[in-house]
Write a protein that binds this ligand. Structure first.
Ligand code: ADP
Ligand code: MG
Length: 238
């Protein structure tokens, strides 16, 4: 289960209102992309959902439960960062196992979950390597593996592919959408890349200066953009 509901969420840093008032309903199992230009508030919105930032006002619910004041560890969500967030001195196995070790999970369970993640991500033969002995795509898969072992209610990706080259990015997009089809877990994916949004999303949230311009399927946005901003950003004919 992984439905996510935002009700009138506001976030200000001091005097600066970054997110004036956002309400969103993300269904369990959906792949939702937050897209918008740099600085529009995508990361802030994701961090509010993750609990890494406190809302200034408004409410966040996961599976109908109010988590507005819950710390990140209590939310059961997994944030996937860019692959350079790996620990260079640790093996792939230990990188993936890290959140479970922190949670004092029994070793047998750690082994089982790491094996599962490694199999799912085609990393089984790389478990004893260090990150530096992996390709960029493999490193990114390790970062995702570290999220999978936690069996989160939802995965939160913040521009995970932005430091990969174009060809690899296309590959990883496919891998992430395949992973979504396999796990059927809710995923929120932040990007400033329209193509990524259009090819990966069940539904897209188009953000502009902290406001939701439109929330709909790629086809809806393309065929029926709510306004010029959406049309221009998505590249549809309006
Ligand atoms: P995006 O991820 O879409 O590029 P961000 O969510 O990172 O945008 O930032 C949105 C706005 O909020 C930017 O103007 C940024 O400068 C501001 N901002 C983000 N985090 C902080 C912070 N901790 N303190 C002050 N301003 C911040
Ligand atoms: Mg960002």
């Amino acid at each position: 289960m992984g439905s996510i509901t935002l009700s009138h969420v506001n976030k200000s840093f001091g005097e600066v209102q970054v997110i004036p008032d956002i309400s969103l309903d993300i269904k369990d199992g959906e792949f939702v992309v937050f897209v918008g230009p740099s600085g529009c508030g995508k990361s802030t919105l994701l961090r509010l959902i993750a609990g890494l930032e406190d809302t200034t006002s408004g409410h966040i619910k996961l599976d109908g439960q109010d988590v507005t004041d819950a710390p990140p560890a209590k939310r059961g969500l997994a944030m996937v960062f860019q692959s350079y967030a790996l620990y260079p001195h640790m093996s792939v196995r230990d990188n993936i196992a890290f959140p479970l070790k922190m949670a004092k999970t029994p070793q047998a369970e750690i082994d089982r979950k790491v094996e599962y993640a490694a199999r799912t991500l085609n990393l089984a033969s790389y478990l004893d390597r260090k990150p530096r002995a992996l390709s960029g795509g493999q490193r990114q898969r390790v970062a995702i593996g570290r999220a999978i072992v936690r069996e989160p209610k939802a995965f939160l990706f913040d521009e995970p592919l932005s430091n990969l080259d174009a060809a690899l990015r296309v590959n990883m997009r496919l891998e992430i959408t395949e992973l979504h089809q396999q796990l059927k877990t809710t995923m929120i994916y932040v990007t400033h890349d329209q193509v990524e949004a259009m090819t990966m999303a069940d539904r897209i949230v188009v953000l502009n200066a902290g406001n939701v311009e439109q929330f709909g399927s790629p086809l809806e946005l393309y065929k029926n953009p709510a306004n010029r901003f959406v049309a221009g950003f998505i590249g549809s004919p309006k």
